[in-house]
Design a protein. Structure first.
Length: 292
């Protein structure tokens, strides 16, 4: 069974179509009426950019990656310069199921950019632009997280490209949201962790974790064992160095905490929930209900 699913997974990853099926939702309520009028069409421009741009060199010809960008404009300093918050959500299908597995739920509150009515947007990963480079960055993060679930370390090329964007940003005059930071979430922190050998065992376990999600309906015992193994990998890191202060780990659990509890409910070794409380403190309340 495992071999059959892995063949399906690798085949699916190799034939995927142009990468993204991206929905874009924009909220202008915090802006003056004049700026709202100037942003007419912004939603369609961003949606077209995300869904028509090829972000990889892969020849994809199957299902696209479902994702959503929720953009909340927070201020406008003039008719052209804006600040916004963006929430990035993505998911991937579960094998032989109508259900989806949540992949990302990122809340990024530090986006400043220039936009003019009728502005054309063209992808160029070698030139930093505060508007398109952020869209490129999150497209690559979405693709990388998805590919890590179908092939071990499959997301590495896309994470490296995302890191290149971060470096371009930090060599520009528009560093807002791109610099290294001690905050709970940062773009730099996420790709720094994703490309750090320190987290290679965790990334490898994400591949096995999703095999557990995929096989869960066919074999619950194997599925739960694979999911619990990821917890053990992180708990070993916790034992060695204490609290895991990682943007990558936080990003993973922000998306996955509900899926984990749903699939580990009734698991034979309930200590897994005590371990989850230690490696994922922000969601400890969710795990408490399973701790005896």
């Amino acid at each position: 069974m495992k071999k059959a699913i892995l063949v399906f997974i690798l085949f699916t990853a190799s034939i995927l179509s142009q990468e993204l099926n991206c929905n874009v939702i924009v909220n202008y309520q915090n802006l003056p009426v004049n700026n709202r009028d100037l942003l007419t069409g912004f939603t369609d421009v961003v949606k077209d950019y995300m869904n028509s741009t090829r972000f990889t060199d892969l020849d994809w010809s199957g299902d696209k990656i479902d994702c959503t960008l929720n953009i909340f404009f927070t201020s406008a300093s003039n008719d052209l310069d804006y600040s916004a918050q963006i929430v990035v959500v993505s998911q991937r299908p579960v094998y032989q199921s109508t259900r989806n597995s949540p992949m990302l739920t990122i809340n990024d509150g530090s986006w400043s950019f220039h936009y003019q009515v009728g502005q054309s947007m063209y992808p160029n990963l070698n030139i930093f632009d505060p508007l398109t480079s952020l869209l490129d960055y999150y497209a690559l993060i979405i693709i990388g997280f998805d590919m890590d679930t179908w092939e071990e370390y499959g997301g590495s090329p896309f994470f490296r490209k995302a890191f290149d964007i971060v470096n371009l940003a930090n060599n520009s005059s528009s560093k807002t949201g791109w610099a290294a930071s001690n905050s709970a979430y940062s773009r730099w922190g996420l790709v720094a962790d994703l490309t750090n050998e320190k987290y290679s065992a965790f990334r490898s376990s994400i591949f096995d974790y999703h095999y557990g999600i995929d096989i869960f309906r066919q074999n619950k015992e194997i599925g739960q064992t694979k999911i619990a193994s990821l917890v053990e990998v992180l708990y070993k890191m916790y034992e060695q160095q204490g609290l895991i202060n990682s943007v990558f780990v936080k990003t993973f659990f922000d998306a996955k905490n509900g899926e984990i509890t749903d699939h580990l409910a009734g698991y034979s070794d309930v200590t897994v929930f005590s371990k989850l409380k230690k490696i994922d403190p922000p969601h400890a309340g969710k795990y408490d209900q399973f701790v005896p």
